[in-house]
Unconditional design. Sequence first.
Length: 285
Amino acid sequence: MKHTARTCILSSLFLLVACGSGPDRGEVVARAGDAELYEADLKEAVPSGLNERDSLLFLQGYVTRWTQEQLIYQLALENLPEEEARIDEEVQQYKRSLMIFAYENELVRKKLDTTVTPAETEAYFNEHKSDFALQQSIVKYHLMIFPEGAKGSEKALKLFASPGTEDLSELTRFCSETAYQCSLEDEWSTTEELKMQVKPLPAWLESNSLAAGKIYRFTDSTLSYALKINELKINKDIPPLDFVKNEIREIILNKRKTVLLNAIRTDIFTEAEKKKTTEIYLPLK
């Protein structure tokens, strides 16, 4: 009997939620102590796309959880008044922090000069070179991975060893038509990034036994690998500017952001003092 009555109630709730209830919160559908749950609360909670049976099951679970949570919450308020005050203060502090963070970010977005010239980047690098000492080796490399014995691979390997301007297009054609993977860009990468391109790792690559200007050839059961180390910087070396220029840009922008925020806060305080909207009664000197 109880189960039937409960099902009828939930079915009624489902109809209320499905039909909507206008701009107000609708009828009260559950109560726990002083707390009340309204039709509008359920309508917002029910996921879209559920059939009638699944919606009823969802409502049953939702209302049960809501009731239990409200009862426990009210008992907590009654039995832990000091804890409530502490939590309220923490919530207010968190809200203040979020609002300040959002407002300052908006001001920074509007006012921060985000242009960092190459000259600024180079000047910062020259003044702080030791700060950028490498924590791991970096390389400029070329890599070809192609089927073992592939047509045209012998000529491609010769071009790979010392490609000229005219030969590069032919090597690129071999890469696009035959190779499984090619990296011919002239960019710096960490050795860890290089290792991710080669599986399984040969022992010499796993141990970082690399030398600039050297070409390494190795094969597995189906693929042939050609790796050319064009340039190499090892751990604790000073990297080239090109490798750290993006990092330097972020450093410069963060410094500008700090200066800008300090200026904004000072201006806000100064303006408030002029308008007499703030006063400090403690002696500051």
